[in-house]
Every structure is written in C-alpha cells, then in structure tokens.
Design a protein around this ligand. Structure first.
Ligand code: C2E
Ligand code: CA
Ligand code: CA
Ligand code: CA
Length: 280
C-alpha cells in the first residue's frame, strides 16, 4: 500500500482511526509536521464556465506522513479540530496561500482568487483570527478580495454574535465568503440573507448524477436561480464530464471545478498551468 503513489490514500482507512491509540499517535505526528512544515498545499483550478479561463483556485491540504504515506484531509482535519491543532495549521495555510497569491499575481491575465476551507473550530477557537489574517494580506500586499473563505452551513447554523462579528470583519476587509457543500446540510436558507455570502458551492453529490437523475438537475437549476436573485455567484464542484459541464453552464452556473479540468496539484504544477494559460 505504501508504494501506491502520492495521490492515493490507501494505507490509512477510517476503521484504523477507531482506536484512540492511532488518533493520539497521529495527533503527535501532526504537531511535529506543523512545526517542520511537512504539510503541502495543493491547488485545484476553478474555471469560468463561459470563458473556460482559470479565474480561481481552491487550496487543499495534503499530508505526506513519513511512514504512513499520504493521509487524506478527511482523516486528519477532524483530528486537528479535536485537539486545537487546526488553529496553527490554518494560520500556516493562510500565510502560504497569501504568499503564493502574491507570487502569482502577475502571472495570470487578471488576478486569481484563492479559496481556503475554514473549519468551524477556527472561528470558535482563534480569537485573533480576523485581524491576523487581514494583517497577513497587508503583509503580502494582496487585496482582501484575493481570498475566498469556504465555510459550511453548520458554522452558520450555530453562529453566535462572535462568529457573525468575525465574518463581518473579514468581509469588510474585502475577504469573500463561499458557502461550501451547499444543499448537503441543514439548509435553513435564512442565513443566506443574514450573513455576507458571496458564493454558493453546489456540492459534488448533486453534480455526480446530473446526466441521469432529473431531480439533481432541477435542484442545481433552482440553486442557481435563487443564488442569482440574491446577488450571489455559483461554483459547481466535482465536474468530471463534458456533459455535466454543459448542463451546469446551460443552467447559468458561473464557475466550475473538477477532474474534467484538473485534479488538485502541487504549487509548481499550478504555476506551470498559469504560464501555459497565459501563453495560449
Ligand atoms: P471539499 O472542501 O468539499 O473539497 C473538495 C474535494 O473534492 C477535494 O477533496 C477535491 O480533491 C475533491 N474533488 C475535486 N474535484 C473532484 C472531482 O471531479 N471528482 C471527485 N470525486 N472529487 C473531486 P480533498 O482534497 O480530499 O479534500 C476533502 C475535504 O477535506 C474537503 O472537502 C474539505 O472539507 C477538507 N479539507 C481539505 N483541505 C482543507 C483545509 O485546508 N482546511 C480544512 N478545514 N478542510 C480541508
Ligand atoms: Ca471546499
Ligand atoms: Ca464540497
Ligand atoms: Ca467540505
């Protein structure tokens, strides 16, 4: 299993995590990995469905464990959330993304937006978060608008004044907010007008069967209509086929990401992609 390559997560399964011992061990390794900056950030392009140009990218964490191979964020993020490591990890990630955003600013024909997944634990566990991230943008001289924070419905559902205030502070600094995994959670919808949200991300579970399940198409179309009426833009994730892309574009969806375009890739590969796109 170890030799199965950097992009596969075969070695570590959910069932192995059921033992406390493994969780404790992973938490210890993670602490060390943060210290030594052994995490890596992959970038997945997000394209404008009309122009087919790369206009955004989602930053996704990767952990190449020294002995266990590549561990999925689905496995290590919950551990980081449970023991507070999510705060230093996210702060490190934000800084790295700001750094790359600065570096790549002149590479694209127009500046690319970078989205970062932010777990609720970051909002609840880090009192300095808005100021710290806003300062980081200043330090790297990137406008707040360069960054999109992807949050989930769960955060808004349990949002207190503190969470609302943090979201407002970020938004006032220009940092944009996307609602990730839309439609998979609680969907009370009232929070769409209560908070400053800029993008809705249609979850890949709706995109997967778009060509065969008429209900998924109806739902995707309805999400786009509603979002546009509220002044929000829509990003569809998990686009794997040209057919799915065509249906989403016809539905008026603004942006898309998925294996049809590219898998998440290391920074160097993403930089090459930007250079090629500029030359084309
Ligand atoms: P997500 O935010 O919903 O991210 C999208 C996931 O879909 C990514 O998995 C991405 O690689 C995958 N994906 C992209 N295109 C396709 C496609 O065409 N088909 C399919 N089947 N999958 C596609 P990944 O990178 O394994 O991340 C899994 C989850 O881990 C993310 O889901 C996110 O919730 C979490 N995560 C990843 N990085 C971070 C991070 O830096 N911070 C936090 N808090 N969570 C993260
Ligand atoms: Ca996401
Ligand atoms: Ca998602
Ligand atoms: Ca997610």
């Amino acid at each position: 299993a170890k030799s199965s390559g950097r992009n596969r997560y075969c070695f570590f399964t959910h069932s192995m995590l059921e033992t406390t011992q493994t969780r404790v061990m992973l938490a210890r390794d993670m602490r060390e990995a943060i210290e030594h900056e052994n995490f890596e950030i992959y970038f997945q392009p997000i394209v404008d469905l009309n122009s087919n140009r790369i206009v955004k990218a989602e930053a996704l964490l990767r952990w190449q464990h020294p002995t266990r191979g590549m561990i999925s964020p689905v496995v290590f993020i919950p551990i980081a959330e449970a023991n507070g490591l999510i705060v230093p990890l996210s702060n490190w990630m934000f800084r790295e993304v700001a750094k790359m955003a600065r570096r790549w600013r002149e590479l694209a024909s127009s500046p690319i937006q970078f989205s970062i997944n932010v777990s609720p634990a970051q909002f609840h566990g880090d009192s300095e978060m808005p100021e710290c991230w806003i300062d980081t943008c200043r330090e790297y001289a990137i406008p707040g608008e360069t960054i999109v924070l992807e949050i989930t419905e769960g955060l808004l559902l349990k949002a207190n004044d503190d969470v609302g205030g943090k979201l407002r502070a970020l938004h006032q600094a220009g940092i944009q907010i996307a609602l990730d995994d839309f439609g998979t959670g609680y969907s009370s919808l009232s929070y769409l007008k209560k908070f400053d949200i800029d993008f809705i991300k249609i979850d890949k579970s709706f995109v997967r069967d778009l060509e065969t399940d008429p209900n998924d198409l109806v739902l995707s179309e309805a999400i786009v209509v509603m979002a546009h009426k509220l002044g929000l833009k829509v990003i569809a994730e998990g686009i794997e086929s040209a057919g799915q892309k065509a249906l989403l574009a016809a539905a008026g969806c603004d942006y898309g990401q998925g294996y049809l375009y590219a898998k998440p890739m290391p920074a160097a590969a993403f930089e090459n992609l930007l250079r090629e796109a500029r030359a084309a």
